[in-house]
Every structure is written in structure tokens, then in C-alpha cells.
Design a protein around this ligand. Structure first.
Ligand code: PXL
Length: 296
């Protein structure tokens, strides 16, 4: 009898900041993707005392020069990754470095770009129009992008404030997803969309190659925790790497974030401290257990 040769643990190059307090970014990507069976190789973009959502006076060190040196060494080593997954970027120069990482260590990799730019209708404090323009170019090289409604509007040159007025109509959601896919990505996943159904929130995925839309809705919790976008994108990336379909991956990511929010909400801790990831992380190791996706 032939024994199957065990395959090595696959590696993900994770290009995010490291925020010491408040969760999110690498503090989400590393434990989530490790739990899902992948080795995370961090290419840190910035070092912060806290994330920028809800904190002022935070320490911020831009690591653009270090990123270039780290990437050069990885190239010399001939490293290749199963995925290149970028999130919060600290400067336009870093966007160029992500392009370079994709073209070198990311050959044959799944390319995931979470275009972190803003939320709740406005830009994050460290972002500006140059970063929006750079991100627009970067998403053209991704297979998967995961903007929230604010980021989708910014990337499309729409007024981001409109996402706060009323839930986007289904026709608008589909139009935005199609227009974002026209930049290049196979899959556009629009996160955290208010629903027209009361007390529900929805996430919609568009698969450009099959021209299909998928929706997963879940109960809305009246709280907004920074870092949940990073958690969502990390689970989605892990599920796709595990071989799950787009709708099942979407389903797992939505329900994991919902679980993390519910596990946190009852404690009444300040929202800026993020979710209690460690309380729910073990559930990620379980196989697919539910599915509530709909074809839209
Ligand atoms: O969750 C996105 C994110 C990532 N990194 C930093 C942030 C934010 C959102 O506020 O501040 C540093």
C-alpha cells in the first residue's frame, strides 16, 4: 500500500500592521489562520500602541523601510506562499511593496486585498486620497477583495457618507460589486451592509467568473467593534485556502464574526477594545457546521 506523502503546512504572507492593544490586524490574522491550519509569515506594515478606531494619541511607527528589507530577504530565500493577504497599509510606498510581493513571492498564490481605508462613512485618520487611489490600483491584482460599504464607495469614487443614510438598495449593492469586480478581482465581498429587514445585517459576495451573487444575513447587534473586518477577511481567506466554496467560506466568516460579537457584547466592555477573539477561536477548528447562504 502506498502512503500518501503528507503535505507541508501552507504559508500565508500577511501584510498588516501590528497594533499592541485592541485586537485586529496581525493579532487577528495570526491566531485565526494558525487555527485553520496555515503558517502565517508576517510582513508588518506599521507598529502601533493601539488601532486608530476610538483611540487618540496612539504611537505609530511606519515600517515601510523594514518591509522593503524583509521582502528582499524573502525573495533571496526564494520563498513562495499559498496566499498573499494584505490589510492596513501605512503609506503609498507600502502599496508599491505589496505589488512587488504579489509579483515575486506571490506567484501562483491566492491574492487577497482587504482595502482598509475607512468605516461608517468616513476615512480612517491615517488615510487620504492618495491611499484611496493607490488601493484602487492594488485591487486590480487581487483575486478577492473585502471592502465594507464605506471602502466600496471610496474605491468607486462615490460619496461614502451615503452609506450612513439608509440601507443600500439591492440594485445598488449589485452595481457596486460588479463595478469593483471590473477592476480585476474574481470575488468581491461587501461586508457589514445594513439590511432592509429590521435588525439584520448582510454580507454579499459576487463571483465575477460565474456571475453569481451570494448573501449571508445575520442578526444585527447594536455595537461596532474595531477589528471585526480583519477577523472576517482572515476567516474567509482561511476557508478558501481550505478548499471551501465561496458561499460556504462567506457563511463561515459571517457566523464566526457574529459569534465573536455576541460572545463580547454581554460583558459591556468598551467597543474600542475589540472582540474577545480567544473565547471563540476554538470553534474555527471545527468543520463546516451550518450554512445559511442564499443565492441573490
Ligand atoms: O481594522 C482595520 C484597521 C487595521 N489597522 C489599524 C486600524 C484599523 C481600523 O481602525 O486602525 C491600525
Amino acid at each position: 500500500m502506498m502512503l500518501a506523502v503528507p503535505t507541508a503546512v501552507r504559508r500565508v504572507a500577511a501584510i498588516h500592521d501590528l497594533s499592541g492593544f485592541g485586537g485586529g490586524s496581525l493579532a487577528a490574522a495570526i491566531p485565526i489562520l494558525s487555527t485553520m491550519g496555515f503558517q502565517v509569515c508576517a510582513l508588518p506594515t506599521a507598529l502601533l500602541s493601539t488601532h486608530t478606531g476610538g483611540f487618540t494619541g496612539f504611537h505609530f511607527r511606519d515600517l515601510t523601510d523594514d518591509m522593503a528589507a524583509i521582502l528582499r530577504h524573502w525573495q533571496q530565500l526564494g520563498l513562495r506562499f499559498a496566499a498573499v493577504y494584505s490589510g492596513f497599509l501605512g503609506s503609498p510606498g507600502q502599496i508599491r511593496l505589496v505589488h512587488e510581493a504579489i509579483a515575486t513571492v506571490g506567484q501562483d498564490a491566492l491574492i487577497v486585498v482587504d482595502p482598509v481605508l475607512g468605516d461608517n462613512g468616513s476615512l480612517y485618520s491615517t488615510m487620504d486620497g492618495t491611499m484611496v487611489a493607490g488601493m484602487r490600483q492594488l485591487i486590480a491584482h487581487a483575486h478577492l477583495i473585502t471592502p465594507n460599504a464605506t471602502e466600496a464607495a471610496l474605491l468607486l469614487g462615490e460619496d461614502p457618507a451615503q452609506v450612513m443614510d439608509q440601507p443600500l438598495r439591492e440594485a445598488t449593492i449589485k452595481d457596486w460589486a460588479r463595478r469593483l469586480a471590473a477592476f480585476g478581482p474574481w470575488w468581491v465581498v461587501l461586508t457589514g451592509l445594513p439590511s432592509t429587514e429590521p435588525d439584520r445585517t448582510q454580507t454579499v459576495a459576487f463571483d465575477r467568473r460565474t456571475n453569481k451573487f451570494w448573501r449571508v444575513a445575520c442578526a444585527f447587534v447594536p455595537a461596532s467593534y474595531p477589528g471585526t473586518g480583519d477577523i472576517f477577511a482572515s476567516v474567509l481567506t482561511g476557508a478558501l485556502l481550505q478548499g471551501d466554496s465561496l458561499p460556504i467560506s462567506l457563511d463561515r466568516a459571517v457566523h464566526f464574526v457574529a459569534l465573536a460579537i455576541r460572545a463580547t457584547f454581554g460583558y459591556g466592555a468598551p467597543e474600542r477594545e475589540g472582540v474577545l477573539l480567544e473565547r471563540v477561536l476554538p470553534s474555527l477548528a471545527a468543520p463546516v457546521s451550518l450554512s445559511s447562504y442564499q443565492l441573490l
